[in-house]
Design a protein around this ligand. Structure first.
Ligand code: NAD
Length: 492
């Protein structure tokens, strides 16, 4: 790895560490160090944005908007497919850079995440071309609904799945005819820069996609309070979302907020227990840094002992270590501060009477920020560990005796992002899913996500839905045009 002020080379891949504004690379007076969670090494010195660069990026997005909005749907779709081609061509580069930057498994980036990044562009390009609402009549007047481009959008994303979450917003915004200022998380800034290269090569006009690097706490307000910004889509934590909401209120800028969760995984005695155990162990994926993770295991008392026995056996077999190694199941957590936060939650829970079934400690001998996969039991519904999102490989186990109690425990937090139900009874599945407060309910499965499905959270897990037509409803100004029956006569 070599480092220069304007670029860094990671595993042979050159990544520009400056902003991308109006089709040009722009440096900042200061930089910040981007640190790899694998071994704490400095990956690069990243441009530390200020109000000046954010203003320039919004100005570039504003200037590019009329041209991009006037570009035909077919041409926009063609360019989005060309971006997807570019992602596929550079899949290996993107996968290794992302792994070094955020510590998630290289094998997942290769086989799941980066193909999905390309699919984000293909899906919204194709969906754009199908977007229509049947015309209808009101007393002889014709109604026509259109999805008009809205303007410059600010897209702010977290570090746990950087490029996947960024492109899940960038793709529909570009398809909609909007222009974009993307602000990636400061703990994983690199693949957004590669995306800018790929989009430029694919023929996306200058200024349509801009990338501003930097600390959210320093440049966030300047972006979200900007009067020329027409949409803000944010994925991240609840406290940041509240701050953004307050800042966006100055201009009543429409917001889409995809936030944290504390999702339940309900295991009924009639479930296929091996399937339920597999679903539970899957919640350690990405070292527990998944917003949708079902971190609260709610297990029917009659099967709890057997469930726990099988769970422990499976979880102990997980291999933790370097995420570049194909055999690794759990990599590091993102940052020393995140590791401290995780351990703080666990130690406070143990001090409050929780009991460790497995884990409960850091895995310092692995050399980076590794936390042992942890299961805690003897926890109470009102305790911090049950109520607050840990965002690490930490699960809790509670038992229930009736379906009513299971639903009450499941719904008993301020979140409502997802819920997972393991049951062998279809009627129970329907009854229970109908009562759960969640944007997505998975029955006997997890993480099956179709991009045409509505995605978002209830309660403090989010505001609004994206996905399929819901994305276009958000990123567009939806308009209804009403034409009189004799509209073409000169009434004068
Ligand atoms: P975070 O809120 O700390 O940061 C997210 C982004 O917001 C970063 O880019 C950061 O720089 C920026 N930011 C920080 N302060 C800002 C401000 N004042 N104004 C504007 N932007 C600001 O979240 P995080 O720690 O990066 O991510 C983890 C959180 O994201 C978890 O709560 C997780 O559940 C959530 N998440 C939700 C989803 C979802 O789809 N619902 C997906 C992934 C992650």
């Amino acid at each position: 790895m070599t480092r220069e002020p304007q670029a860094t080379v990671i595993a042979g891949v050159t990544v520009d560490t400056r902003h991308w504004i109006g089709g040009e690379r722009v440096a900042s007076a200061e930089t910040f160090a981007d640190i790899s969670p694998i071994d704490g090494s400095v990956l690069g010195e990243i441009a530390r944005g200020t109000a000046m660069e954010t203003a320039a990026a919004v100005a570039a997005a504003k200037a590019a908007f009329p041209g991009w909005a006037a570009t035909s749907r077919a041409e926009r779709a063609r360019i989005l497919h060309a971006i997807a081609d570019g992602v596929e061509k550079r899949l290996e580069d993107l996968a290794i850079v992302e792994t070094c930057d955020n510590g998630a498994l290289l094998r997942s980036h290769r086989r799941g995440v980066m193909p999905r990044v390309a699919h984000n562009f293909r899906f919204f390009a194709d969906w754009l071309l199908t977007l229509e609402h049947e015309d209808f009549e009101t007393r002889g007047h014709a109604n026509h609904v259109s999805w008009d481009p809205a303007g410059p959008c600010v897209l702010i994303t977290p570090w746990n799945a950087p490029l996947m979450l960024a492109t899940w917003k960038v793709a529909p915004a570009l398809a909609a005819g909007d222009t974009v200022v993307l602000k990636p998380a400061e703990w994983s800034p690199l693949t957004a820069s590669l995306l800018a290269d790929i989009a430029a090569e694919a023929g996306l006009p200058a200024g349509v996609l801009n990338v501003v690097q930097g600390y959210g706490s320093e440049i966030g307000d300047a972006l979200t309070s900007h009067p020329e910004v027409r949409r803000i889509s944010f994925t991240g934590s609840v406290p940041t979302a509240k701050r953004i909401s307050a800042s966006a209120a100055a201009n009543l800028t429409p917001l889409s907020l995809e936030l944290g969760g504390k999702s339940p995984l309900l295991v009924f005695a009639d479930a296929d227990l091996d399937l339920a155990v597999n679903l539970a162990v899957e919640q350690y994926d990405n070292a527990g840094q998944v917003c949708l993770a079902g971190t609260r295991l709610l297990v029917e008392e009659t099967v709890a002992e057997e469930f726990t026995r099988r769970f422990v056996e499976k979880a102990r077999a997980l291999k933790q270590g370097d995420p570049r190694d194909e055999a690794t199941d759990i990599g590091p957590n993102i940052h020393p501060r995140q590791l401290e936060k995780i351990d703080g939650f666990v130690q406070r829970a143990l001090a409050g009477g929780a009991r460790t079934v497995i884990g409960g400690h850091r895995n310092d001998d692995l050399g980076g920020q590794y936390y042992a996969p942890t299961l805690l039991t003897d926890v109470t519904q009102n305790s911090e560990i049950v109520q607050e999102e840990v965002f690490g490989p930490v699960l809790t186990l509670q038992t229930f005796t009736t379906e009513e109690e299971a639903v009450r425990l499941a719904n008993g937090t301020r979140f409502g992002l997802a819920a997972i139900v393991a049951t062998g009874d279809p009627e129970r599945a329907e009854r229970v899913s109908g009562q759960l407060v969640a944007g997505t309910v998975w029955i006997n499965c997890f993480f099956v996500r179709d991009l045409q499905a509505p995605f978002g959270g209830s309660r403090q897990s989010g505001v609004g839905r994206e996905g399929g037509t819901w994305s276009f409803d958000f990123y567009c100004d939806v308009k209804n045009t009403v034409t009189a029956p004799n509209g073409w006569k000169n009434h004068g």
